[in-house]
Ligand binder design. Sequence first.
Ligand code: PBG
Length: 335
Amino acid sequence: MPLRATHQHMDMTRRPRRLRTDGVRPLVRETELSASDLIAPVFVDATTDERVPIETMPGHERVPVDQAVARVEEVLETGVEAIMVFGIPESKDERGSRAWASDGVVQEAVRHITAETDAYVITDVCLCEYTSHGHCGLLEEGAQDDPVLTVRNDETLDLLGNIAVSHARAGADMVAPSGMIDGMVGAIREALDADGHSEVPIMSYAAKFESAFYGPFRDAADGAPAFGDRRHYQMDPANAREARREVELDVEQGADVLMVKPALPYLDVVAQVREDWDHPVAAYNVSGEYAMLHAAADKGWLQLGDVAYESLLSIKRAGADLVLTYFAEDIADRL
Ligand code: PBG
């Protein structure tokens, strides 16, 4: 019998299917997803006094400062205990000065959230939502006309330090610089320590790529660059070896948690950072990763809960300890 004969060329003592029965699957599972791994982004908006749905990110809203606590309580109810706060200021200027104002939108919201809830509060430290030009730092002279000139690196560092300190003073538990400015982690560490916040950890967006997957977020946070793009500070999506050097610099400067962003299109980078360092690794499952699953599910082409779960599981499997995701509440509810 030819069928049997072929079996003789294989070692049929090894049968991986033995470990796939319902009974044994949970015992041999390598990766678990739990609500305690997830961080939910929250948008606080100083330009509105009611909640505004974010069209490109179904289920998410910008909330006014006086709704921030209620919004965070919704997150906590699902079992997710950590949030990342983004702010939309009432006004913008060249320098992004509302980003470090003690009565700024994030500072006010964080004061309320930390006073009234037990959430672990992380803040985004960047200028792009606060500058009139939408870039992540102070602009070079003539940047509008010359695409090679954009953000003045070293002059921006002081501002990032001011922002981080203002967040820590408001009660932030952790700060997360996302601007991809060289030296930002060291500058923020120094500023925090000098102001008495040596206990506040820094989660650095260490390898942040210049990604088209940020599109929906830029609507949500009103932070799209008014001209040009972020190619001169965010990383080229083609480069993984460069990510090694980027991450190493942040480690040297004292980063406590290392983030890769986006997540799904960069799982190789997540795995590489996991391999190279003992630090906790975070991955940001960004707005575009969220929006595309929603859009396909809307068409009835994908089962939303299943693909969301599988996506987050794969991010953990690649080596992330923490996952920032707009799916946080939905998935926690399901777990
Ligand atoms: C701002 C910032 C961005 C995101 C997080 N912080 C946008 C950007 O760099 O353009 C993107 C988040 C997302 O897409 O979910 N520095």
